[in-house]
Every structure is written in structure tokens, then in C-alpha cells.
Design a protein around this ligand. Structure first.
Ligand SMILES: *[C@@H]1O[C@H](CO)[C@@H](O)[C@H](O)[C@H]1NC(C)=O
Ligand SMILES: *[C@@H]1O[C@H](CO)[C@@H](O)[C@H](O)[C@H]1NC(C)=O
Ligand SMILES: *[C@@H]1O[C@H](CO)[C@@H](O)[C@H](O)[C@H]1NC(C)=O
Length: 472
């Protein structure tokens, strides 16, 4: 089956039809080549995220509509960056000047708003973005891990993130954390196990996105000991921890590490066995281990029978079972998971999977907790407003993480006219909370808004009273 016919099958699912038809993507040579190319495994999310690997050449897209915005709106009049399709230069309108020295043009091209940000940017906002591609990757037998902690992105105090890859059947060793762990399955299949404080056990298989469904997420409360094993496809997970300082001493506790650092007589007496039993336990924290045998099917002899019973809590949540909420603004959809509505165990972490159609805009809004972001696919642009006439614009690609500190006003714009932007919003909070600028103004007496913004009452009355979430 060609890409084109695959996409035709997926279109209703993705809700993309109208926009693709509108954006006339077949006039786009690169997109057409991508759509017509063949591949084996295609998934709604992976399909987009892995397009590069399938021969689609990424490039910086600067949609017409964005250029228009800069030429018609107030503070930006005549001030659009003058790139002309070449390497970005620090020039905008009559301001700035070209590079005389070298610059890293690849990084510049991914961060054009660092080079020549909109004229509305002002003051000093610290860096709020970290690409996982800048993280050190620990290569281990059976997989790898790379992380973003507070040392990489100091403003992210509430949340740290990591990407973890396990080869088929490999394990993430037995461990627990001082903080909560939340996982989003980026690809493959696996199995998680845990035992709660009442001695109740839990086991579940987890899976990444497939051709027709969204992936699973899971939540391990603070202190609850757990393990993760990949199944036959291997496994890749986005891990979230509810403390930016995740590498601090006293945050993660590996079982083998503990036993290796406890007198052997004590360990033997504790487990009621001869000391010689523990002669060959790992002496260094292996972190990831290869498996000696593939696990049996779920329920076949596992878990061991538990006199306390199995846990009734649902630690795994299938996003595929969840109905997507189409944004009233017509620009995409969201699926929100939190302890207040549909994922009761996830008390310390609220999340939203956001799908923004080409050129769509996640509306101007703010939150009551730090927002930590992870870009799954596509390209985006956001401005963080820090109050006190201070704001800074950032550009995003797949694999980027970012933080909008609590209360910072922001939006997220899909900068591609042809590709969707898919990202996660995460909060250290029991409930997803946001405030919409449009809704606020629409529900304030119009004369108040008209007087304070120097716009007409009729304009204020045209504002939508319902949160638009994502505007087309
Ligand atoms: C996914 O879709 C592709 C293309 O339609 C198909 O060849 C493949 O078998 C599908 N995979 C699964 C697991 O259904
Ligand atoms: C422990 O094992 C060693 C070696 O197998 C054996 O010599 C010893 O008698 C055992 N000790 C006890 C208390 O069973
Ligand atoms: C409001 O807008 C008008 C133009 O429509 C302008 O003349 C006036 O100075 C503005 N008032 C303020 C307070 O900015």
C-alpha cells in the first residue's frame, strides 16, 4: 500500500482531511514524495514522528500565514525577519546586522526566534527549552537512557524527564523513587509490575501507538517499588518525575545497589537464606539488564498468588480508550488525563496529549502549575510572557522539552502548513487547570474590556465565551 492510500485510511482518524485539502499538500513535492513512499509499520503518531527515517527531508517551514501576521499586525509592522530562505541572520527590518563570524547555522535554523525574535519580545527570560538531543545518552547492555534535569533546564523545578529504551525482553531493574513516576509509551511493548504499601501486587502490559490507536501511559506513586520489562518489540518510554532535581541523592533507589551496600549477613538473615546465596549479586548498579528468558504471557503463572490480593488501582491508562475532545476553536483535539477526572491514582501528575492541525494555535492561556512540555512530532513556536513587560519566543521540534513556569502566559503555534504538531503538556498537579484569555475577556462586561484595551464593544462581543483550546 502506498503512503497516499495509507493516509487516506487514516484521515478520518486524524481529522486532517479538511486541513490537508485546504493546504493542498500535493503541491508540496516533499510531502508528496513522503506520502507515496512505502514502509512497513505505520502508526498515527509514529507515522508522523518517524517521517524523516522514511525519506521525508525535514526543513524549516515558514508558512505564508506567519509572514502575513508579521506584516499586518501592530507592533510587527514591516518587521519580519529577513531570511529569504537562507541561513537565518540576526536581522529584522532595519534592526540588527548580519553575522561576520561563523555561527552554528543548523541550530540557528531550528531556533530562528533566538536569532531574530519578534519585536514584541522584551527583557530577559531565561532559556526555557532543552532538546533531548543535547543530553548525554548512557549506552548500556540492553538499551539506553537520556534525561533532562534541573541542571539542563534550571527553570523546571517541578518536573524532570527522561527517554528510556529497552531492547526486546530487557529490564529496567527493580527500584523505587522518592517522587512519582509517570510514563508515556513512545514505542513498542512492555510489562510493568509493582507492589503497593498494603502488599497488593499489580502487573500490566503496556504498549506504544499502533496503526490505529494511541499509546498507554502509567503512573507509579512515590515510594512504590516497580520494574519494567520490554516485550518482543522492545520498548521506548518518555519518563516524567515530579521533581526537577531528579538526580539529587536520595531520589532513586535500586534494589541491587541496596543489597550490594548492606552487610551480607544482614541480607541473608533478612531473607532467611544462607549468605552464599547472595555471592553473585550485581556489585554495580546495572540500571538496564538483558533478559535471560522472555516472559510468559500475562497471567500464565504470573503474578505469584498474593495473599493480600491484587491491587484494584489502575496504574496503567490506555489513551486509545479515551475519546478525544475536539477543540471548539476547530484547530485540533486534546485528551486530558488527571486524578480528578479519569486517572484516580495519578495524584501528582496531570497530563494532556495535544494535537494541533497545520497552522493551528493552542490559544493564549496560563496555568496554576509549571507546564512541562514534550514535543512528539512537528514544529511549533511559543512565546512565554513572564509579566513586567518581559517575554521571549521559542521554536520547537520533535524531542524538545520545555517549561512554562507557573502563571506565565503562553500559546503554542503549529508553524507547519502541512504537518500536525503533537505534544504533551504535563503538570505536577492532581487536576489539569488552564485559564483562557479569550474566555476571560468574553465573560467580562464588554464596556470594561473595550475601555481598557481601546477596542470597540462590538469586537469584545465577538469573543468566544467557551474556551477555544486550539484555534484553526
Ligand atoms: C500497519 O499498517 C501497514 C500499512 O497499512 C500494514 O502493512 C501493517 O501490517 C499494519 N500493522 C499492523 C500491526 O496492523
Ligand atoms: C551455607 O552454605 C555453605 C556453602 O554451601 C555451607 O558450607 C554452610 O554450611 C551453609 N550454612 C548454613 C548455616 O546452612
Ligand atoms: C485609542 O485608539 C484611538 C484610535 O482609534 C487613538 O486615537 C487613541 O489615542 C487611543 N487611546 C489610547 C488611550 O491609547
Amino acid at each position: 500500500m502506498t503512503r497516499l492510500s495509507q493516509l487516506a485510511c487514516l484521515l478520518p482518524l486524524l481529522g486532517l482531511f479538511a486541513d490537508l485539502a485546504h493546504a493542498s499538500p500535493l503541491a508540496d513535492e516533499q510531502l508528496r514524495a513522503f506520502l507515496e513512499s512505502k514502509d512497513d509499520e505505520v502508526t498515527p503518531l509514529n507515522h508522523l514522528a518517524r517521517r524523516d527515517a522514511m525519506g521525508f527531508k525535514p526543513r524549516h517551514l515558514r508558512p505564508e500565514e506567519y509572514i502575513k501576521r508579521d506584516t499586518i499586525s501592530g507592533p510587527d509592522v514591516g518587521q519580519r525577519p529577513n531570511f529569504n530562505g537562507q541561513d537565518p541572520e540576526p536581522e529584522r527590518g532595519a534592526t540588527g546586522a548580519s553575522f561576520l563570524s561563523n555561527s552554528n547555522h543548523e541550530i540557528d535554523a531550528q531556533n530562528v526566534d533566538n536569532i531574530a525574535g519578534p519585536t514584541t519580545d522584551a527583557g530577559t527570560v531565561p532559556n526555557l527549552k532543552w532538546s533531548m538531543s543535547l543530553s548525554h545518552t548512557r549506552l548500556l547492555k540492553g538499551g539506553w537512557v537520556r534525561e533532562q534535569t534541573i541542571t539542563d533546564l534550571p527553570p523546571s523545578k517541578d518536573i524532570a524527564g527522561a527517554e528510556l529504551r529497552l531492547a526486546p525482553n530487557a529490564y529496567r531493574e527493580l527500584h523505587w523513587h522518592r517522587v512519582a513516576e509517570w510514563g508515556y509509551i513512545l514505542g513498542g511493548t512492555g510489562r510493568v509490575t509493582l507492589v503497593d504499601e498494603e502488599g497488593k501486587s499489580f502487573q500490566s502490559d503496556i504498549k506504544g501507538p499502533t496503526n490505529t490507536s494511541d499509546p498507554d501511559i502509567y503512573y507509579f506513586p512515590p515510594g512504590v517499588p516497580h520494574s519494567i520489562q520490554a516485550l518482543d518489540q522492545g520498548l521506548e518510554i518518555l519518563l516524567i518525575f515530579t521533581d526537577g532535581n531528579f538526580d539529587a541523592l536520595g531520589t532513586t533507589f535500586m534494589l541491587s545497589d541496596w543489597l550490594a551496600h548492606t552487610p551480607l549477613e544482614v541480607v541473608a538473615k533478612n531473607f532467611g537464606v544462607n549468605t552464599s546465596v547472595f555471592n553473585n549479586i550485581p556489585q554495580k548498579d546495572p540500571y538496564i539488564l538483558e533478559s535471560t528468558v522472555p516472559p510468559p504471557g500475562l497471567g500464565k503463572g504470573v503474578p505469584p498468588s498474593d495473599p493480600q490480593g491484587t491491587s484494584k488501582n489502575k496504574y496503567v491508562f490506555s489513551i486509545s480508550q479515551q475519546k478525544k475532545q475536539t477543540a471548539p476553536g476547530g484547530g485540533g483535539w486534546v485528551k486530558i488525563q488527571d486524578s480528578a477526572t479519569n486517572f484516580p491514582i495519578s495524584k501528582d501528575l496531570a497530563s494532556a496529549l495535544v494535537f494541533v492541525e497545520p497552522n493551528g494555535l493552542r490559544e493564549l492561556h496560563w496555568h496554576t502549575a509549571d507546564e512541562w512540555l514534550y514535543i512528539i512530532s512537528g514544529t511549533g513556536r511559543a512565546t512565554a510572557f513572564a509579566g513586567s513587560s518581559t517575554s521571549r519566543t521559542f521554536d520547537f521540534q520533535a524531542g524538545d522539552t520545555a517549561v512554562f513556569p507557573v502563571s506565565y502566559g503562553h500559546y503554542m503555534k503549529n508553524t507547519s502548513p502541512t504537518q500536525p504538531l503533537i505534544f504533551l503538556e504535563l503538570f505536577k498537579a492532581p487536576r489539569f487547570v488552564d485559564f483562557s484569555a479569550t474566555q476571560w475577556l468574553a465573560l467580562t462586561p464588554p464596556q470594561v474590556v473595550a475601555d481598557l484595551l481601546n477596542i470597540s464593544v462590538a469586537t469584545v462581543e465577538s469573543f468566544k465565551k467557551q474556551k477555544q483550546v486550539i484555534v484553526a
